[in-house]
Design a protein. Structure first.
Lengths: 222, 222
């Protein structure tokens, strides 16, 4: 498969790009609003992979071009860029594209980080609302520690809860997830169940902040 | 210490009562609105513990009497009974009592279980609002699988996120938690950070419902 990581120059995009390239046989495409940034980051990822003896091509394209050629498009952008990003690619995706949204809305105050639940119910459903009606949307990768993903020496041993209303699309994302060493996909049901997944991300930050020796946390259901 | 489990005849109360009695040297008191039910359940727990070679006394008292003698009072009641329960005991608790709230508000629809966030911000903060001002309140034990706790043969290997504004009270609950084999307490900051912890509980039910072989789930931050 071809996997496009839009916003693939950011933290979570970088982590997913490196893990997909390192652990799977799929083609990884880095997307960005600026093609030059995408290409530059793609070179960086190739260098990192090459240092580990893996000679793979990572493409860098603008978001629309990246989405156009991809089977799976991951919207690895901040929540406030979700709608813009979907708008920029909506002519390039169709019912054969699986659109994956890992974004979470958070706000911070003096107590810590909090989930900022949007009116749509969740950021995942916000992405689904923005997407063309025939494009299947899957929520996944919400609670992954970006820096730990990007460090290919770091063990994962963590889960990602997957939600979606299209079971084929959920299966595709589940299989892709489980090709990454140490990452397990668990099915959390339809898109309507996304809010409780997204809410874990601020909690992970609060726990990391308040406990010595805990950082870059993920979650395991057990 | 004396630990009172109000609503200690219910699922989570039973699990905590058995684990505290089995793994720690503290005295466990089962509280209920009806003293006779509390006494009957306390006998049941003693029998279970005795079958494992542990000869301990478990007291059964009505909620107010249970709270009156306890150092730590756990409100192991459904969210909709929280305020009633606190009202029934408020003359019996003071600044020397640590009040612990594990309750979560949930609603269910055709998609799954969802977190039902109260106006107070969280059920934990609802309990804090209901408690007398001088009583320190700690949120803990929200995401624990009741049936697995109550089965003393079951391994835990899970976490509970603890929140509170009184650091001594948080320390007391943290130490108590970590005396239970396989249970780890992580500090999630002030009470204001409780909502994101409570939201995990409906997610754990959704994950258990949607994945073969997963049931009675807890969570581990790692």
């Amino acid at each position: 498969m071809q996997i496009a990581l839009l916003g693939g120059t950011g933290d979570i995009g970088e982590g997913l790009a490196l893990r997909f390239a390192y652990d799977t046989d799929h083609d990884v495409i880095v997307g960005s609003r600026e093609e030059s940034r995408a290409k530059s980051k793609a070179r960086e990822y190739e260098t990192e992979l090459d240092s580990r003896g893996l000679d793979v091509d990572v493409q860098g394209l603008d978001n629309a071009a990246a989405a156009a050629t991809a089977d799976v498009v991951v919207l690895a952008v901040p929540a406030y860029h979700l709608s813009d990003t979907v708008e920029a690619i909506d002519a390039e995706i169709d019912s054969e594209t699986v659109l994956v949204t890992p974004a979470v809305g958070m706000q911070r105050d003096e107590d810590g980080f909090h989930y900022n639940r949007p009116g749509a119910g969740s950021v995942t459903e916000l992405a689904a609302d923005a997407a063309p009606d025939d494009v299947p949307v899957v929520g996944a990768f919400h609670n992954l520690p970006a820096a730990r993903l990007a460090n290919l020496d770091a063990d994962l041993g963590i889960d990602t809860a997957v939600v979606g209303d299209d079971s084929d699309a959920v299966d595709t994302v589940t299989r892709l997830t489980e090709e990454v060493e140490g990452l397990r996909a668990v099915d959390a049901g339809p898109l309507a169940n996304a809010a409780e997944i997204e809410a874990i991300t601020p909690l992970l930050i609060n726990v990391a902040k308040n406990n010595d020796g805990m950082h870059d946390l993920g979650v395991r259901f057990r």
